[in-house]
Design a protein around this ligand. Structure first.
Ligand code: GN1
Ligand code: MG
Length: 354
């Protein structure tokens, strides 16, 4: 049985809802996502956007519409959004915002991997995404979440949350808080003005890459955070989710690992895509690999201290677990900086094409 609201939304897209069934997709921490079946076959992915987090939904969808009109070539599959009767990809119904895209048959996602081909493909698809958007004027895109990956702003949010947090909660997070204070200064070397602003995906987790049944990467999904940013953000998010064999909320920290072979395969895939990076971007990639888990860990910690108001959680300490495993990974990334740098310089020599 399909719930009434979903039926009504499908009708806005002229879908005959009598033939429909659906399944909830539980990957994301923010939007509500449904796989829609027509006569038993998966056909569409419908999303209800979380407007308390995505406050500028119309601008967000304008970014997506603009980028997806360029995001396709022989190396990259097009994401096809449905239009409602008034011609828009976004539908406002019952005070909520919805959008829907065609499901790509037999496509799959991976939360984790130990497969070198998948790591290569992940690097190739991120590079291709950036190549396809590299000529875009960054001013043509809206900044829908200001300071999204600005670690200094995220640090301020953390200190404000810490000041008013419940003492018991603070005490249970003391190791994580110490990690923040011990490591924040490592990022002082990052001078963002050295880096080109690019149109980024800004959430390049492995499970935001769609793969075909042959394990070839098709395209990136979850495009809500497409906006101006720096390549080190997309690279760091990809690496943290590919080279670490466990899920983001792994409790057993000894299982958190940095698989340098998989790192090298990502770089090979990036090289294959022929994306061009500046000397400064290349120089900053290893620190970016530590920055992104640090920054996400910090955001999870802030949410834990604030009583879990931002991310969806299944149990009360889940944000703390996510934070601790990401901090463990950030620590491993610092340790592997030299090895990363060596391989990046060797492979992406920065003479014309990388
Ligand atoms: C959120 O909802 P989801 O999983 O796509 C978050 C990302 C984090 C991610 C944690 C808008 O994304 O920044 O990386 O959780 N998105 C937003 O893995 O905050
Ligand atoms: Mg996302």
């Amino acid at each position: 049985m399909v719930n009434k609201l979903i039926t009504e939304v499908l009708e806005k897209y002229n879908i005959d809802s009598t033939l429909v069934s659906y399944k909830t997709i539980t990957h994301g921490y923010i939007n509500d996502t449904y796989l829609i079946f027509l006569e038993g076959e998966p056909k569409f992915v419908l999303q209800q956007l979380n407007t308390s987090i995505f406050k500028k939904v119309e601008m967000l969808q304008q970014n997506i519409d603009r980028a997806t009109s360029l995001l396709y070539n022989e190396q990259y599959s097009r994401l096809d959004f449905l239009r409602s009767s008034n011609g828009n990809t976004l539908v406002k119904y019952n005070d909520r915002y919805w959008r829907m895209m065609h499901y790509i048959p037999d496509s799959i996602t991976f939360n984790t991997t130990n497969d070198e081909c998948i790591a290569f493909e992940a690097g190739r698809i991120i590079g291709t995404f950036h190549r396809l958007l590299e000529k875009e004027a960054t001013t043509a895109y809206h900044v829908t979440i200001p300071n999204f990956h600005d670690y200094k702003v995220r640090y301020k949010e953390f200190t404000s949350a810490l000041e008013i947090a419940n003492a018991k909660v603070v005490s249970s997070a003391k190791d994580a808080i110490k990690f923040v204070n011990d490591n924040i200064e490592h990022f002082d070397t990052l001078e963002m003005s050295d880096l080109a602003i690019r149109i980024c995906h800004n959430d390049t987790k492995l499970n935001n890459i769609l793969f075909g049944a042959d394990k070839k990467a098709l395209c990136l999904i979850d495009l809500d955070t497409i906006m101006p940013g720096y390549f080190i953000y997309d690279f760091g998010d990809l690496v943290r989710t590919v080279v670490n064999p466990v899920e983001e909320d792994e409790k057993n920290l000894s299982k958190v690992k940095f698989n340098i072979n998989l790192f090298e395969k990502i770089v090979d895939g990036l090289h294959f895509s022929k994306m061009q990076l500046s000397d400064n971007e290349l120089e900053y990639l290893p620190i970016g690999v530590a920055l992104m888990p640090f920054l996400h860990g910090l955001r999870f910690l802030t949410d834990f201290l604030s009583g879990n108001i931002y991310y969806k959680v299944n149990y009360s300490d889940q944000n703390l677990d996510r934070c601790l495993s990401l901090f463990k990974f950030a620590a491993l990334a610092f340790k592997h900086k030299g090895q990363m740098k060596f391989y990046l310089k060797m492979k992406l020599n920065n003479k014309g094409t990388i």
